[in-house]
Design a protein around this ligand. Structure first.
Ligand code: ADP
Ligand code: MG
Length: 238
């Protein structure tokens, strides 16, 4: 069974169509990356999967059920926001446990889940600190930790590294790869960075003006780009 499946998905903003009939089945545990130039619809498609944008046409299946009309909170997916979305006045532990608290999870259970997330992310020594007393990489890990505690069906990332400097970007790319190995969760990751896509993805979805230009492994896309657009975008020699 697919973890997430898109069936004939379309999105219109007024009379402008920005997503044009997207079909895609994402397997459980797969790391899928949406790439494409600015404005091609990556964020819109991800936000539709999360339920933050409505679907004009088609279906979004999550874990085998039709989630098209479900609000974000019912979908069991975690949208990982950038690290600047941390609460500055709360400790790392409070930041990570916040959504559990809001969902009415009891303190003991909350603490256990935060401790487990901190272990996975190697944040155990920083649980009492405020975000301002952390490095950029640690903050980004806390932002991810806030989602892990919910044990989501899938993680959705929208250019999570785009505001980081080059060195930190490389470090976080490695962190996210390791996180995927550890958690074995489905991950959908949006980027316009070809290197990020080629190094992280099990499969890459190349979007061009709201349509899928090609889907394949990094190797398939590199060696057999479907057209010039994909070849140029992926940087293959065709
Ligand atoms: P990407 O993330 O690939 O850069 P987006 O999904 O943000 O692209 O945007 C795709 C297209 O949809 C763009 O032309 C953008 O201007 C348009 N768009 C995005 N959000 C809205 C909105 N809320 N209202 C109208 N147009 C939008
Ligand atoms: Mg975007």
């Amino acid at each position: 069974m697919s973890s997430i499946e898109l069936r004939g998905v379309e999105k219109w903003f007024g009379n402008v169509q920005v997503i044009k009939g997207v079909d895609l089945a994402i397997e459980e545990g797969e790391f899928v990356i949406f790439v494409g130039p600015s404005g091609c619809g990556k964020s819109t498609l991800l936000r539709m999967i999360a339920g933050l944008e409505g679907t004009s046409r088609g279906q979004i299946m999550v874990g085998g059920r039709d989630a098209t009309a479900e609000p974000p909170s019912k979908r069991g997916l975690a949208m990982v926001f950038q690290s600047y979305a941390l609460y500055p006045h709360m400790s790392v532990a409070e930041n990570m446990g916040f959504s559990l608290k809001a969902a009415g999870v009891k303190p003991a259970e909350r603490q256990a889940q935060v401790a487990e997330a901190a272990r996975v992310l190697r944040l155990e020594e920083y649980l009492d600190r405020r975000p301002r007393d952390l490095s950029g990489g640690q903050r980004q890990r806390v932002a991810i930790g806030r989602s892990i505690v919910r044990d989501p069906t899938a993680f959705l990332f929208d250019e999570p590294l785009s505001n980081l400097d080059a060195a930190l970007r490389v470090e976080m790319r490695y962190e996210i790869a390791k996180l995927h190995q550890t958690l074995k969760s489905t991950m959908i990751y949006v980027t316009h960075d070809q290197i990020e896509a080629m190094t992280l993805a099990d499969r890459i979805v190349v979007l061009e003006a709201g349509r899928i230009a090609q889907v394949g492994t990094p190797k398939e896309l590199y060696e057999h780009p479907a057209n010039l657009f994909v070849a140029q975008f992926i940087g293959s020699p065709k």
